[in-house]
Design a protein. Sequence first.
Length: 320
Amino acid sequence: MTPFFETNPVDRLDALASEPVATCTAGMLANLAAASGLRNWHLKGRELIPVVQGGMGVGLPLDLPEIAREHPDVALIPILSGARGVQLVVRKWEKKGRLPDAIVIEHPRLAGGHLGAAKIADLNDPRFDFDVVLPQVLAFFKSAGIEGRIPLIVAGGIGSLEDIRRLQGLGASAVQLGTAFAVTTECDAHIAFKRVLADAKPEDIVEFTSTAGLPARAVRTPWLDKYLRLEPRLKDKAHKKEHCTMRFDCLAHCGLRDGTATWGQFCIDKTLGHALEGHTDQGLFFRGAGRLPFGREIRPVGELMRWLLGGIRPTVPTVR
Ligand SMILES: Cc1cc2nc3c(=O)[nH]c(=O)nc-3n(C[C@H](O)[C@H](O)[C@H](O)COP(=O)(O)O)c2cc1C
Ligand code: SF4
């Protein structure tokens, strides 16, 4: 049988779509989204469409309504970080006769994976703070006459009922967690993948520029450490290739394939695949910057949900 990660990304997503909704959307599905190269794809028959994650400098998902025109039942949920991006997307989509079904507001200082800021230096910009973005976005919705029509889903560093209540107080309708679900028992990534994420200390979590030209956050594993040390030399030697050396050819714009020296010089599809399969020496392990609710422990989704929704800590010891 062909290993899962060697199949075409779109086939993988379709395969997943034929299964019951996964409990582990972040560990598996989100990695697949990244491995699909930030190109737009949809899951047949599902109410979910992961969308291009775009910071101000790299382009916003402005053309998503056209791309999804033939799929009116699919919810379009752009992932944005700042109020200006929200305004631009909503204004542009309105002209095309569509509003986002919800908007994920992801904090680039806290979230895992690709981040919605133009450059690494912008990740800590206070304009992305939830208590700045949410009131600005809600005020814009009101002035645009669309108050209450677009739920806001907040993401990045959320790990407790207290966090959720605070964000609800700011006007969030929902929250999205990535890393905490990626380290649950049910997540079907390799156990070594979960261990890397759960064991990472704050000083092990780093930001760099990915092959897609976006800032990204991951664990400084031996592979990433080596890559970051070699990065200046790799960038010096960056050159346009005739074609992608992998058969996926996943990214519309790829720093490695296109020889864009300011972008990452590694194959993100290959390295994310290695991570999913637990190859700590070759994989890229995306992770958020926040503390995990159960520290280094890998626990079932049910316990995580009880903690998040009821503030109830698990009492049964777990195997580390
Ligand atoms: C392993 C991993 C892979 C991710 N891949 C993607 C992705 O492909 N596309 C995306 O929009 N977000 C991706 N994310 C971001 C999550 O969907 C989520 O918004 C973010 O991690 C929230 O922050 P948290 O991890 O602190 O909860 C990923 C996160 C993790 C941890
Ligand atoms: S080298 Fe090819 S498969 Fe790898 S990230 Fe670039 S486009 Fe995708």
